[in-house]
Design a protein around this ligand. Structure first.
Ligand code: KIV
Length: 275
C-alpha cells in the first residue's frame, strides 16, 4: 500500500511506512504559512524543533528555548491543520529534571500546542523518562547521536559514534542508546550526525523507524531543518545539508525591487489605489 496523500498521518502510519519499506519524509516548521505550504506538498512529519532558537530566534544554540516558546510555535503550526503528523520538541530542561516535570511538559505540548507526539534527546540516560511519557499515552520520538542540547559535553556540533580509535566505545554506546530508546517505547528515533554504516546497522536492528539527519541514506526516513533546505539560514551549513532553493536571494530581489519602485515612484500605480 502506498502513502495516502489525503488521509491524516498518524503514529501507527509512520510505523507502517517502515514495515512497507517506504521512506518517511520530515521537515521542521515553526509557523502557519510554512506549515501550510510544506503540508500541501505531502510531507509526512512536521517537527516544531527547538532549532527554533538558532533559525528563527537568532541565538547560538537551542539551549535558551523555553516551553512557552515551543507551545506558541506549535499553536501556529497546528492552526494549519496539517495532514502531517505534528511533533513538538521538548526543550532543554523540560524533561531532564524529573519524571513529573517531563510528563507535565510533554502534556502541555499536546494540550496547549496540539502536538500529536513529542521528541526528546538522549538514549540510555532518558529511557526511564521516555517510558513514563509513553505510559500516559503520549507518543515519543527519540533523538540520539549528535544531540544539540548536549553541545557543551560534546565540545561542539560533532559527528557521534565514529570508528574505534577516534571515539573509543562510541559506536557501542550509540547502539545501546538506540536499543534503549526503542525498548522504552519510542515510536521512532532521529539519528543525527551518525556515520552512515552505523545508522544502517541501527536501522536494520530496530523495530521502529529511524529518521536521519546527517546519518546517510539507509535510514527509514530523512529530516532537515526547513531554513537550511530553503536557503533561509545564515548559520553554518553542515555537510549533510542540501540546499534546494535560495530563498534569501529570491526575497532580496523582491525587496530590492520594491524599494527601487517606491523610491522612483513606480509603485503604487492606479491599479493599486482606490478611487
Ligand atoms: O530541533 C530540530 O530541528 C531537530 C531536528 C534537527 C531533528 O531536532
Amino acid at each position: 500500500m502506498s502513502a495516502n496523500l489525503s488521509s491524516k498521518v498518524t503514529v501507527p502510519e509512520v510505523q507502517r511506512l517502515k514495515t512497507a519499506g517506504q521512506k518517511i519524509t520530515a521537515l521542521t516548521a515553526y509557523d502557519y504559512p510554512f506549515a501550510r505550504i510544506l503540508d500541501a506538498c505531502g510531507i509526512d512529519v512536521l517537527l516544531v524543533g527547538d532549532s527554533l532558537g538558532t533559525v528563527v530566534q537568532g541565538v547560538a544554540t537551542t539551549l535558551p528555548v523555553t516551553m512557552d516558546e515551543m507551545v506558541y510555535h506549535l499553536k501556529l503550526v497546528s492552526r494549519a491543520r496539517p495532514r502531517a503528523l505534528v511533533v513538538g520538541d521538548m526543550p532543554f530542561l523540560s524533561y531532564q529534571a524529573g519524571i513529573c516535570d517531563a510528563i507535565t511538559n510533554a502534556g502541555r505540548l499536546l494540550k496547549e500546542g496540539s502536538a500529536e507526539a513529542v521528541k526528546l534527546e538522549g538514549g540510555v540516560n532518558v529511557a526511564r523518562v521516555i517510558k513514563a511519557i509513553v505510559n500516559v499515552d503520549i507518543p515519543v520520538m527519540g533523538h540520539i547521536g549528535l544531540t544539540p542540547q548536549s553541545v557543551h559535553r560534546m565540545g561542539g556540533f560533532k559527528v557521534q559514534g565514529k570508528k574505534a580509535g577516534r571515539q573509543p566505545g562510541a559506536r557501542e554506546r550509540l547502539l545501546e542508546d538506540a536499543q534503549a530508546v526503542a525498548e522504552a517505547g519510542a515510536f521512532a528515533v532521529v539519528l543525527e550526525g551518525v556515520p552512515m554504516d552505523l545508522a544502517h546497522e541501527i536501522t536494520d536492528r530496530l523495530p521502529i523507524p529511524t529518521i536521519g539527519i546527517g546519518a546517510g541514506p539507509y535510514c527509514d526516513g530523512q529530516i532537515l531543518v526547513m531554513h537550511d533546505l530553503l536557503g533561509l539560514s545564515d548559520r553554518f551549513a553542515p555537510k549533510f545539508v542540501k540546499r534546494y532553493a535560495d530563498l534569501q536571494e529570491i526575497v532580496s530581489q523582491a525587496v530590492n525591487a520594491y524599494i527601487n519602485e517606491v523610491r522612483s515612484g513606480v509603485f503604487p500605480q492606479d491599479e493599486h489605489s482606490f478611487h
